[in-house]
Write a protein that binds this ligand. Sequence first.
Ligand SMILES: Cc1ncc(C[n+]2csc(CCOP(=O)(O)OP(=O)(O)O)c2C)c(N)n1
Length: 335
Amino acid sequence: MSSQVEAAPIDRLSINTIRTLSMDAVQAANSGHPGTPMALAPLVYCLWQRLLRFDPENPIWMNRDRFVLSAGHASMLLYSMLHLIGVKAVNAKYERLGELSVKLDDIEHFRQLNSKCPGHPEYRWTSGVEVTSGPLGQGVATSVGMALAGRWLAAHFNRPGFEMFHYDVYALGGDGCLMEGISSEAASLAGHLKLSNLCWIYDNNRISIEGPTSLALSEDVATRFIAYGWNVTRVGDVNDLEMLERAFRVFQTTHDRPTLIIVDSHIGYGAPHKQDTREAHGEPLGEALASEESPTPDTTQMPPAANETDEEKSHGTFSSCCTNSKCRTVGARAV
Ligand SMILES: Cc1ncc(C[n+]2csc(CCOP(=O)(O)OP(=O)(O)O)c2C)c(N)n1
């Protein structure tokens, strides 16, 4: 497996910041799902940083690309992104509030009453959340309707030389989402309608809530989606940003069918004893990774803060988080 150590320092720092912010929030709440945010941090980073057409100042811009976190239990993945890219808040009436959608204080109160970071994402409660998710399959299924709506808007309002609507919809789900019948029905319809503005990302981590997915799932997902009429592509290592970007570009240049990107990842990536285990799915990792029955975290997988370069220390968009004295995201990694 290639390592994200090959990524540029600023990319590496950004990805690890998403990871550690997510881990810390779950730890502070003593409840939640750290493993998938740790695994998929590179994926959301690549998508939001390199591809998504989205204005943090205006999260309700009508032609924005939509990102749907169908694996709603991994909500800290989304909250970390919304916080770090500085998405601004609008209220339920879509009035701009001029403040961050997800403040550090919200993350510190993850899963607590009134926090903008409830256990599962809620539409119109947290700006930047496009779909309420948590019931597995719901987000991916809804994304089909969103892609369909995009096509409808384009057909009704676009004029030659004046394209008002051409947005894409990305939905991220795991084994649980694809096990649910609703996702099969929705995928079939998307294939039938040739919704090429729709991209599903399947987190193929081989682990679910009870243990290995082999306990309950042995179908060939790729072949099933090919049968639905989808374009199917694969990224063998979620830490490979270039391969991820290439897969997303394939989606963007596919104009006759929806795309499924199957991404191999390791739940709880970097946790010395919990990576690739069901425990990483829905349990806090422990007060410090170092106390997790191991004297030291696996620093080959997550560079410690002590090794930060000057460039990393003075990073741009992510700096408001990492330099905040209340935030443990970088310091927590020091060993
Ligand atoms: C319809 C539905 N059934 C059950 C659950 C409870 N549940 C939450 S997460 C989960 C397992 C999801 O597994 P997977 O998609 O592989 O997520 P990962 O372990 O990779 O985070 C289950 C069964 C749910 N949220 N929705």
